[in-house]
Design a protein around this ligand. Sequence first.
Ligand SMILES: [Zn+2]
Length: 221
Amino acid sequence: MIRHLVLFKLGEGVERDDPRVLEGVDAFRSLDGKIPEIRFWELGWNLSDRPIAYDFAINSGFDCLLSNPVVLGEVITHEMGHALGFGHSSETLNESNAALEDATMYFAIHNDGRGASLRDDDMRAARFLYAGPGANETTAPVVSSAVFKPASGKLVVAATHVDGGAKIVVNGVVLSAPVKFKIARGTLVVKGTAAALNIRATGANTVVVRQGGLESNAVSF
Ligand SMILES: [Zn+2]
């Protein structure tokens, strides 16, 4: 919760029963209940005659957006982005470019339940600034072979133009956590049971590899 104490001093010659003052006090009083984030809202005239005292005070408490762990996750991810050297994807309210508006590095908080996650524009920025193997790949991945070894629970996919950010799609389903894969010398090794890897026991299976928005050919195995 964030607390605010706001003190007001009436102007020279303005009395507490001045119609403008009464209207102002009513306006302040009516805010309670109108703003969902207000946790408490107290206001009143000063009763003390100490010379440093002001005339009117509002003592208020607000829900802090950051007490929500999902929101905190988004904010920390955004701030980490700055720490890594990224600027804002856009500082335009109602940005019309969907990718820029969707980025976690957009200047305004989304508060859409994303938490600590990256979007396409963030990932592109990361690949641009921290080029590594497969970074700035503008060529779609190419899959040359795929073999599932049930005994060891390994799907071995030979592919080029891929890096650790690759997404593996088996029979139309993107494999996600807890499925893990390793990549070495153009070979993706995905570990998991046939069920976890969405592999059918009978009939043909297909695998496709996606990398940075580009999709490979489909290979049957
Ligand atoms: Zn920022």
